[in-house]
Design a protein around this ligand. Structure first.
Ligand SMILES: [Cu+2]
Length: 150
């Protein structure tokens, strides 16, 4: 019900202008201290135009990659993606077992409840900064809400 109300508010407030993509349910899985990498997940709701994410960075990590999963000889493997396309109006979800962010070389210890900002470079337009929450498990739908900046 709350999500529906938010959707109505959003629709009402964006009637007059082009709709930007919205990124929500952005979270990073808590990892053991000293882990070489963290995994990040999010849901992207496409705006009124297609976008392409061509890179990502964060002050809290040495390197951020977008990974896809693929099966090779019966084994699931990860592979970096050059770009992630989000078509107008489409929803793209990065989730455990599917596409995800791979965050290497954490610059500080991260525990559940901590916040991390990740900035996404787009093929066209301004970079988009998104706040991620470190958590032990995926937030319930509509629970975590990180909004893009423009
Ligand atoms: Cu990965």
């Amino acid at each position: 019900m709350r999500a529906l109300f938010a959707a109505i508010l959003l629709a009402a407030s964006t009637l007059a202008v082009a709709k930007d993509p919205v990124i929500d349910r952005a979270w990073i899985r808590e990892a053991p201290p000293g882990a070489p990498a963290h995994a990040g997940f999010m849901s992207i709701e496409g705006g009124s135009r297609d976008i392409e994410i061509v890179g990502a960075r964060s002050d809290d990590f040495g390197r951020v990659e977008i990974h896809e999963m693929l099966e090779e000889n019966g084994m699931m493997k990860m592979r970096p993606l050059e770009r992630l396309e989000v078509a107008a109006g489409a929803r793209v979800t990065l989730a455990p077992g599917a596409e995800h962010l791979m965050l290497f070389d954490a610059k500080r210890p991260l525990a559940a409840g901590d916040k991390v900002t990740i900035t996404f470079e787009l093929a066209k337009g301004d970079p988009v900064a998104v706040e991620f929450a470190v958590a032990k498990a995926a937030p319930a739908k509509g629970d975590e809400h990180a909004h893009h900046g423009h």
